[in-house]
Design a protein around this ligand. Sequence first.
Ligand SMILES: Cc1cc2nc3c(=O)[nH]c(=O)nc-3n(C[C@H](O)[C@H](O)[C@H](O)COP(=O)(O)OP(=O)(O)OC[C@H]3O[C@@H](n4cnc5c(N)ncnc54)[C@H](O)[C@@H]3O)c2cc1C
Length: 447
Amino acid sequence: MALRVNLLVNSSSFYKFTSFVPIRSFSERVSSKPEPSSGPETTADHLIYTREHFALKESLRKIIDQEINPHVDQWEAEGTFPAHKIFKILGSAGFLGVNKPVDSHTLQLVCFRSVSTVLMEYGGLGLDFSYNVAVSEELGNIRCGGVPMAIGVQTDMATPALARFGSAELKKEFLVPSIMGDKVACLGVSEVGAGSDVSSIITKAVQKGDEFVINGGKMWTTNGTQADWMCLLANTSDGPPHRNKSLICLPMNLPGVHIARKIDKIGMKSSDTAEVFFDDVRVPCKNLIGQEGMGFTYQMLQFQEERLWAVANILTTMDTVIQETIQYTRQRKIFKQPVLYHQAVYFRLAELQTEVELLRSLLYRATALYIKGNDVTKLASMAKLKGGRLARELSDSCLQYWGGMGFTSDVLVSRFYRDSRLMSIGGGADEVMLGIIAKYMDTVPRK
Ligand SMILES: Cc1cc2nc3c(=O)[nH]c(=O)nc-3n(C[C@H](O)[C@H](O)[C@H](O)COP(=O)(O)OP(=O)(O)OC[C@H]3O[C@@H](n4cnc5c(N)ncnc54)[C@H](O)[C@@H]3O)c2cc1C
């Protein structure tokens, strides 16, 4: 793989990650500024990360520090961020297609009655999902939840099914530009009347000739006001609810696609969230991802990656919030001693850090099993459940130790308090995770 990565490095921009970035020696590490993360980030014997993972993380950190973090406060205030600009930077450096196919495929095009064979390059790095986890962990260093979430929608929510099941032609039109950062993607699953119960969506795509005619609407669409295309889940037949749905690549500039509103939220401020309506939108049938009727199944598969991605992302922020709480409480004195030195405070922080490490172990175990081809729905659901609950506990406990400062908008802990609340709701609420886990435990009463 090193050779392939080096080739990629030579052929791309400044930020393209390199496999030859030396891992810093232990002595260097202990003498340098402590990393906010308490995880085994730079050890050579990491459970799932190799030198390449660390090189990838290091390159991404440069982009975060130079191109993203300096602007986060402004984007949070504006309620949106320039997705096209940031995705182009990330895409040019390879970060939007880490586990997407790189392989050449032959695409048969019928032109003027003759069939020509074209070599297709998808532009991904062709790495396994553990690299997505590494990227997601690193994106947790962005000082808000909205921007990483928008990136995660592009890489691990709207595109996995297309990469896995889409036709070569469809990949060329939607996947390649999404990997390169030329197109912004969004995911259209949730509706006004259907979130937790995905099977009850009512948006319809009715086949008329060689087109689908789409009517309905989507709610809570992340990137919705900026997206060039949507990975849309719609009912394509009247069959049973788990077999009547399909995923369709829907260009957002088609007549009949209306952005009804940008939703005002308590957190994830820099991420635009839209309500979208479809009024007789006509899409070619070739925009169907994989097989008709398999959309629900594809979406459930896609959820495994989405949930692991979300956990990896929130872990880093939890580490940072603990570290910043330690720094603040160490210098803030109450009753003639630092806040930190009260046993209730440092015991609580020790307990929270322990929980973070437990969650990290679960994430790495689930990831290791997933890249070996196992179904990790149960473990991914457990990790997502625990991630949501721990983020709520941790942000609340840490914010408390900041006193009045924790109640201001000036500190990361208060932003995390607002942003992380979504983890227990979005992408499957805690109760949905409990339902999945219980099904795997075979404890759900049969009807
Ligand atoms: C900021 C944001 C961004 C989002 N981005 C996207 C996106 O890009 N694309 C997309 O498709 N969706 C997106 N969503 C939607 C998100 O996935 C849904 O909000 C989520 O699935 C919950 O659905 P709902 O809001 O309709 O809540 P409901 O389905 O109405 O559920 C309400 C509550 O019921 C409880 N509940 C659920 N199931 C059970 C059960 N079995 N037993 C007991 N209680 C239960 C839970 O506490 C849940 O919170 C986003 C949401 C938000 C807020």
